[in-house]
Design a protein around this ligand. Structure first.
Ligand SMILES: C[S@@+](CC[C@H](N)C(=O)[O-])C[C@H]1O[C@@H](n2cnc3c(N)ncnc32)[C@H](O)[C@@H]1O
Length: 412
């Protein structure tokens, strides 16, 4: 067993991942295999720790374990989806087709035909629900307008637009089962748990997707906290299925891994733990106390779509004030693709241009660059070819590179 120490600090967290690598290294023969047994640890971290181990203790691992076996991302479900491509600022990781099927299997046992099933923040699952052979009637609760709009034509799906803490009360006690996949941060996870408790009937089942315990430091403590929050809201943890549900790397993660030296890495590497809760009747009432809610970012991102690409610019006063000097489009990282998808990455600070392929920049004039993007994308209402000023030149370059990078991973 790993020492009783809970991996909260970065150093103890790395020791925990090293322990996982040592424990499993003889069972696997490729880097992909090693990543899969490392409970959500990011591939670049697994690789660097394994490399160091290999150097310091030759023979500790099979020689090939550092070799990447995948050489293609294959056909991405995101490319064929009716949903817009995930944008890094939305923290949207969609289940893979295999992941959707696995959830379908759990749901089949949880909801009888005709019973109502709530899908909390799972637009990707909602899109595929009809193909899952689950008898339940799905209702999606989702706050992003563009995701809801893309799914509203599915006749077998009810879509409730808006933030869960505002929409759930009108549907309290309606559902026999729920699936929830919040962005993997503590506050918003609490919101999802409490609103799921409100939506379920007594005896109802919640399938809650939680980051595997080595996804980042501090998760064992966070898990214990969430379980206590759930219990107080009448949700009893019945079952934990580690690394059970598979995701498909979104284009921004594929690009980040490539920028970190792992091109075409297995895009099905990421899995979550599935926590199954049962809704107990509570003595008080069925509307648990509200948490403070998810702190919204003090940013005002505007989006321009170009083909499947999505380019966002932050127009908040802070973004403009911080960037009053420098070029119209300044690099933030070498090669312009941020090689991490972690919310804790300090290089995110000050970025005010962000694309679907995790390309990040700082612009001194967000409004002018946005106007340039509108002009080049033909969204400004002007007819004819836009003038070649500094803004349109920068915007053209931004758009062309985005389209090129998306094409390189099979997205037209
Ligand atoms: C990590 S993604 C999960 C996607 C899921 N794996 C799928 O394949 O469908 C989280 C989703 O929760 C949504 N979301 C975040 N906060 C929300 C809130 N307060 N109310 C409703 N939806 C929310 C996001 O817009 C996003 O679509």
């Amino acid at each position: 067993m790993f020492p009783a120490e809970v991996p909260t600090s970065e150093a103890s967290f790395r020791r925990y991942v090293e322990w996982l690598i040592r424990r499993h290294s003889q069972e696997v023969s490729t880097l992909e295999g090693l990543v899969r047994v490392c409970q959500g640890a990011y591939p670049t971290m697994v690789q660097s720790i394994a490399q160091r181990l290999m150097m310091s203790e030759p023979g500790a691992m099979r020689p090939n374990v550092l070799l990447q076996s995948s050489s293609s991302t294959g056909d991405l479900a995101a490319a064929a989806s009716r949903l817009p491509l995930p944008h890094p600022l939305d923290f949207e990781w969609r289940f893979s087709t295999t992941g959707c099927r696995a959830i379908g299997d759990f749901l089949e046992a949880a909801a009888r035909p005709g019973e109502a099933v709530a899908l909390l923040g799972t637009p990707g699952l909602a899109e595929h629900f009809a193909r899952l052979n689950v008898g339940g009637m799905p209702t999606l609760f989702e706050r992003r307008d563009e995701a809801c709009a893309a799914l509203e034509s599915i006749s077998s799906l009810e879509v409730v637009r808006g933030s869960l803490h505002e929409t759930s009360h009108a549907h309290a006690g309606r559902f026999a089962a729920a699936v929830a996949d919040p962005p993997w941060y503590r506050e918003i996870s609490e919101v999802f748990l409490l609103q799921a408790a409100r939506l379920l009937i007594p005896g109802g089942v919640l399938l809650f997707c939680a980051p595997a315990l080595a996804t980042r430091p501090g998760l064992p403590g966070e898990r214990a906290h969430l379980t206590a929050v759930a219990l107080a809201a009448g949700l009893v943890l019945e079952r934990v299925e580690p690394s059970q549900i598979q995701y498909e790397s979104p284009p921004f993660e594929i690009a980040a891994l490539a920028a970190a030296g792992m091109p075409r890495f297995d895009c099905g590497w990421r899995h979550c733990d599935l926590l199954q809760f049962r809704r107990m009747p509570t003595e008080t009432d069925s509307s648990p106390a509200q948490p403070n809610g998810h702190r919204e970012n003090l940013t005002e991102w505007r989006e321009v779509q170009v083909g499947r690409g999505r380019i966002r610019i932050d127009l908040s006063p802070a973004s403009t004030a911080e960037s009053s000097e420098g070029p119209l489009l300044a690099s933030v990282v070498p090669g312009d693709v941020l090689d991490s998808v972690s919310n804790r990455d300090p290089r995110r600070v000050g970025v005010n241009v962000w694309t679907t392929t995790n390309r990040v920049f700082r612009t001194r004039d967000p409004a002018a660059l946005l106007a340039g993007l509108h002009a080049v994308a033909g969204l400004d209402g002007a007819s004819g070819v836009p003038t070649k000023d500094e803004h349109t030149v920068a915007a053209t370059e931004l758009i062309e590179q985005e389209i090129r990078l998306l094409r390189s991973i099979g997205i037209e």
